[in-house]
Structure formats: structure tokens, C-alpha cells
Design a protein around this ligand. Structure first.
Ligand SMILES: [Fe+2]
Ligand SMILES: [Fe+2]
Length: 471
């Protein structure tokens, strides 16, 4: 199933045959391009970037690499091919044919799920928009832009669903996607993690490691949806998400490696004077990003999540591989609770604990990456380990929202928290230090001093390739 690039909006959904939808999308397209120009990567309109573009939705469909100006990137609508006779695989409608149109009784819930997901996509582009000014290398600059154009495409994916299946209110929601902005006090993005600043590269790697991984788990759950167009859209988005997480994981790994090298070379943990990012600072950034991402999964016990599941709108991670009845009326799951100042696990209905289960899976996946960072430290003979903070740490949603806790999960009073906060989360001084290292390096093959070079270039190109051309 190839994508037609002769169309103004490349797509594999026969857009040309649906005049109404085509008109709606063509009306939205200039607004999107204006948004990209105003809120997308700064000073980048004329740069030529070595980007990959999807030419088909098959496994080998990523073969297309070449220099393009980002405003000319072929944003479009790509769904994985339909699965014959696909069924709804969970919830009250289990076994029925998957929906090809919006189930009327669940219309507003479905719309809310799509809007919430869609809102994160342009938000991350906005959060990252100034990073290009301080790139550690051309290789990294190109990766940033690749992530940005794909988040833009993810917005297209959600806007397509809204405009194709939700009529007038879908079109209004599509417009509002471009009107809310990350960190805007009057019209912020829907989820708090997407209003935080991402204006240094350590934050960017943390973001693509933690926030994009949340994206993976949300998309994977939506890919199970009984609403087939949503499922097919998310399946294709997941192939793009994998690259974003690669950028995050390899980015943090390279920072850790450089820090370890400097620690060895100068025989000290205090590597700031030598232009490196010390492990304490890396740990604090990790504490921040992981804890705000745990909030993205919502309450540990959630009737909304239970409803989405029973309605067949949003499943569990790899739903069909789970060995149970996929209805969960009588099943239980352990969820954390705060009792008398102590964190305990209590049995709760598996239906209401859907969020908690997803969060648990996300944590295991995050830990796998952290273990790889620790391997790097081990390799350099450094005993110190990086860790994920306890789930009670720095939370604004769920069972721990009204208490303060240390990164190891001890509940503490507000006074202790205020006194010790800067030991655990990046302080203004930490941000200022990290930002002081963010000097642009744009000579092909050169690398900023606070990060190790990557193992290899993009798509077989050498490290000193001109991944971005300035004009
Ligand atoms: Fe995305
Ligand atoms: Fe992403």
C-alpha cells in the first residue's frame, strides 16, 4: 500500500474520493503550516534537513532519506492496512466486529481520547522549538527535527480522525489543537507534562526517553481500540515513536558516557569545572521527568479508565497477548495506597486499575533503559547507579498527590521537602549550569564537550555528514 505523494496531502486513505473530508483538511493545512512557522522549530524554515519520509506503511516503507526543507515535509495521513474481519478484543463488546464508524453511544468519550492524545503532539514541538539554537552536533540537530516533523504528523493523524469521523465538533477540535500552546497561561496544553519547559538538550533527551515512552504506552493501548480507524492510525504512529525513544535513550547514554570519561580522566565526581554534567544533576533531571510522566497515566483507581476499557475504546498494553478473559468483571489487581503515612499495596478491581497496570509496565520499560545507563557507568568502573525515583515522589495526580516523599519513598513533611527539594529535583542553579553548556556546535562531525559522539551516523552516513544544511 504505497502513499501517493502527488496529492497535496499524501495519504493512503483514498482522500481524493471523499470531497468533504478533503476540503476540511485542505482548509486546515494552511493553518497548520502557519502554526509550524510560528510555533515550530525557530529559525529553521530555510534549513535543509536529512529526513526520512514514509513512502509506504509496510515494514520497509521508511527507505526514503533525503535533504528537505521542513515546511516542505510531506505530512500526511497514513494508516496501517486493515486487518480482515478484525474484532473488538476486550470489554463489553468483545467478539463483535470492530467499529468502522464512531459508535454513537461512546462518541464523546472517544473524541476526548483522541483530543487528549492529539494535543500532546504539537505541544512537544512547541516545547522543543528553541533547542535548535544550541545543538551539540549536526547529527543531534537532525534527530531533533526528525522527531519534530513526526510529532507534527502525529497531529495530522489525530486531526484526520476528528475531521473524518466527528463532523463539525471534530473540525472545531482540530482548530483548537493549533490554538492551545505549551506553557500558555491562558490556553495551555491539556496535560501538565506538556506545558513544562524543554529548553536544554539534557531535558530533550529525558523528554524523548520518558515522555515519548509514555506516548508509546498510550498509543499501544489505543492501538487495541475497537474503533478500527483509531487502532490503525496508532499502529503506524508507533513505528515513528520507536525512533523518538531511540533518540532519548542513546542521548542520555552518550551524556552518561561523557560524564564517566571526565570522572575517570580527572578522578573526581565534580566534573562541572571540566564542562561535564555530573551524575547528581543527571539523576535530578531523571527524577523530574519520570515523576511528571507517572502523572500522565492518571489515577491509580480510575472509573474513566474502567469505562474506556469496558466500552472497548482503549485496551491494555498488548491486550490480545494477555491470558485472561479480557472483560475483567471479577479480576483484581494490586494498586498502591497511602494508609497512615505508609505506602501499601491493596487489591482493587482490575478494571479500575487499568491505568496502574499501564504505569507499572511503563516503569519496567523505563528501568530497562536505566539499566543500560548503569552498564556504561559499570564499564568505567564507577559504582554509582542511576535510579528511578519511587512512585510517591513529586506526584501531582493520584494517591500521592497530597503528600511529599523522598526519591526512595519515605513520606516527609512539607518543611523537610522545601529544605531538601533541590537535592532531588533540578534547582534554578542546575538549570542555569546545564544551559551554560548549551553552545551550538554546527561543524560537521564535531561534538559538544558534554556529550560523547554516537556510535554511528544516520542511515549509513558517516558522522561528519552534513545532516543539516544552513542557508
Ligand atoms: Fe507523537
Ligand atoms: Fe514521539
Amino acid at each position: 500500500m504505497n502513499i501517493d505523494y502527488n496529492e497535496r496531502i499524501p495519504n493512503n486513505v483514498d482522500l481524493a474520493d471523499d470531497r468533504r473530508l478533503l476540503r476540511a483538511l485542505e482548509r486546515w493545512q494552511p493553518a497548520y503550516l502557519k502554526w509550524w512557522e510560528e510555533m515550530g522549530p525557530v529559525e529553521s524554515q530555510d534549513m535543509e534537513v536529512y529526513l526520512r519520509t514514509a513512502i509506504s506503511v509496510q515494514k520497509d516503507g521508511w527507505a526514503n532519506f533525503g535533504h528537505v526543507r521542513m515546511p516542505d515535509y510531506r505530512w500526511g495521513i497514513f494508516l496501517t492496512p486493515p486487518e480482515a474481519d478484525r474484532k473488538i478484543n476486550f470489554g463489553a463488546h468483545k467478539g463483535e466486529a470492530a467499529w468502522q464508524t464512531v459508535p454513537g453511544e461512546y462518541r464523546s468519550e472517544l473524541r476526548r481520547l483522541i483530543v487528549t492524545q492529539g494535543d500532546t503532539e504539537p505541544a512537544s514541538v512547541e516545547q522543543q522549538r528553541a533547542l535548535g539554537r544550541s545543538c551539540p552536533s549536526l547529527y543531534d540537530l537532525r534527530n531533533l527535527f526528525q522527531v519534530n516533523v513526526e510529532e507534527g504528523r502525529h497531529l495530522w493523524a489525530m486531526v484526520y480522525l476528528l475531521q473524518a469521523y466527528f463532523g463539525r465538533d471534530g473540525r472545531e477540535e482540530a482548530d483548537e489543537m493549533l490554538e492551545r500552546h505549551a506553557g500558555d497561561p491562558d490556553r495551555p496544553r491539556i496535560l501538565q507534562a506538556f506545558n513544562e519547559k524543554t529548553d536544554d538538550w539534557l531535558s530533550f533527551y529525558m523528554f524523548t526517553f520518558f515522555q515519548d515512552r509514555d506516548g508509546k504506552y498510550q498509543l499501544a493501548s489505543l492501538a487495541e481500540s475497537g474503533f478500527d480507524p483509531l487502532s490503525r492510525t496508532c499502529r503506524f504512529m508507533l513505528t515513528e515513536e520507536a525512533h523518538h525513544m531511540f533518540v532519548g535513550e542513546s542521548g542520555i547514554m552518550r551524556v552518561v558516557q561523557r560524564s564517566a570519561e571526565l570522572m575517570r580522566e580527572h578522578d573526581t565526581t565534580d566534573i562541572r569545572p571540566f564542562g561535564g554534567i555530573d551524575l547528581d544533576t543527571i539523576q535530578k533531571f531523571m527524577n523530574f521527568h519520570f515523576s511528571v510522566c507517572l502523572d500522565l497515566f492518571g489515577q491509580e483507581r480510575s472509573t474513566n479508565a474502567a469505562n474506556y476499557y469496558s466500552m472497548g475504546l482503549k485496551g491494555r498494553f498488548q491486550e490480545t497477548r494477555i491470558d485472561d478473559d479480557h472483560v475483567l468483571e471479577n479480576a483484581v489487581y494490586l494498586a498502591p495506597e497511602l494508609v497512615d503515612g505508609k505506602v501499601i499495596s491493596t487489591e482493587t478491581s482490575a478494571l479500575t486499575a487499568i491505568n496502574e497496570r499501564l504505569r507499572r509496565e511503563y516503569t519496567v520499560d523505563s528501568q530497562r533503559g536505566v539499566n543500560r545507563f548503569n552498564k556504561v557507568l559499570e564499564h568505567f568502573g564507577i559504582e554509582r547507579k542511576l535510579t528511578l525515583p519511587h512512585e510517591a515522589f513529586n506526584r501531582a495526580i493520584g494517591a500521592f498527590r497530597s503528600v511529599e516523599a523522598t526519591p526512595t519513598g519515605d513520606i516527609i513533611d512539607g518543611e523537610t521537602w522545601s529544605r531538601r527539594r533541590d537535592e532531588w529535583l533540578p534547582s534554578e542553579a542546575d538549570y542555569a549550569f546545564v544551559k551554560s553548556l548549551m553552545k551550538p556546535v554546527t561543524e560537521p562531525g564535531k561534538m559538544a564537550g558534554w556529550i560523547a559522539p554516537p556510535k554511528r551516523g544516520i542511515h549509513g552516513q558517516p558522522l561528519d555528514y552534513d545532516y543539516v544544511r544552513f542557508h
